[in-house]
Design a protein around this ligand. Structure first.
Ligand code: C5P
Length: 232
């Protein structure tokens, strides 16, 4: 499994997304399509980006009863995406159903990763609203292990957690990490960040980078800088 940079295409229309992707002539970046773009433009957006030769991480974070997730995953698998995800809090039955739904007749399937705890959930919310008393770090590791035991390929996590996830779940278990910023860049609303190089040293398998590339004066140069720091 090669390390790669995934660009978060957080745009609200096909026009903006395709104009952005038109900038890339040589290498076709791995692209993340999230809820905003998917809900705005639908599955056709996935097909159009796929046709242009990009790999796609469809970041829809499914969380429902196992049967519903299984059937929805079968549809996403037919879209021929390369990676998709669920919430680990849907528990093992749901995660196993997701794997089943994703698996095609020939045995192949997109990579499936789990969101452990959203980074917007802090210890206070965990305890006072979700009534989970354990330290959030332990919750993240337990959810990662549940995901692994359910047959998933990895988790979305902070690059700061990547090493611990690999220790708990093995080197092959993928860590897909947002929260990446250049050393000389704006942090924006991300609080706990690492540079692409630090993320590589921490053991991240894929970094998800949005605004440092999409909002850069020269997005192609910013992408190449990420690749250089993270992959080489
Ligand atoms: O623009 P930025 O680099 O902050 O984008 C990061 C991407 O990763 C966004 O699409 C964001 O929704 C996603 N993400 C995140 N933190 C998480 C999970 C997903 O930033 N914990």
């Amino acid at each position: 499994m090669g390390k790669d940079v995934i660009i978060a295409c957080d745009f609200d229309s096909a026009e903006k997304t395709l104009a952005f992707l038109d900038l890339f002539k040589d290498k076709k970046p791995f692209v993340k399509i999230g809820m905003e773009l998917f809900y705005a433009e639908g599955p056709d957006m996935v097909r159009r980006i796929k046709e242009r030769g990009h790999k796609i991480f469809l970041d829809l974070k499914l969380h429902d009863i196992p049967n519903t997730v299984k059937k929805a995953m079968a549809v996403l698998s037919r879209l021929d995406v390369d990676m998709c995800n669920v919430h680990a809090s849907g528990a093992s039955a749901m995660m196993k159903a997701a794997v089943e739904g994703l698996t095609r007749a020939d045995g192949t399937r997109p990579l499936l990763i789990a969101v452990t705890q959203l980074t917007s959930t802090d210890q206070t919310a965990l305890e006072s609203e979700l009534l989970i008393k354990e330290p959030i770090k332990d919750v993240v590791m337990k959810y990662a292990k549940n995901a692994k035991d359910s047959g998933l390929d990895g988790v979305v996590c902070s690059p700061l957690e990547a090493a611990a996830v690999h220790t708990a779940c093995g080197a092959e278990f993928l860590t897909v990490t947002p929260g990446v910023r250049f050393a000389d860049g704006d942090k924006g609303d991300q609080k706990r960040v690492m540079t692409p190089e630090q993320a590589r040293l921490a053991g991240s398998d894929y970094i998800v980078v949005g605004r440092p590339i999409t909002a850069a004066d020269d997005p192609v140069a910013a992408y190449n800088r990420c690749l250089k720091e993270f992959v080489s």
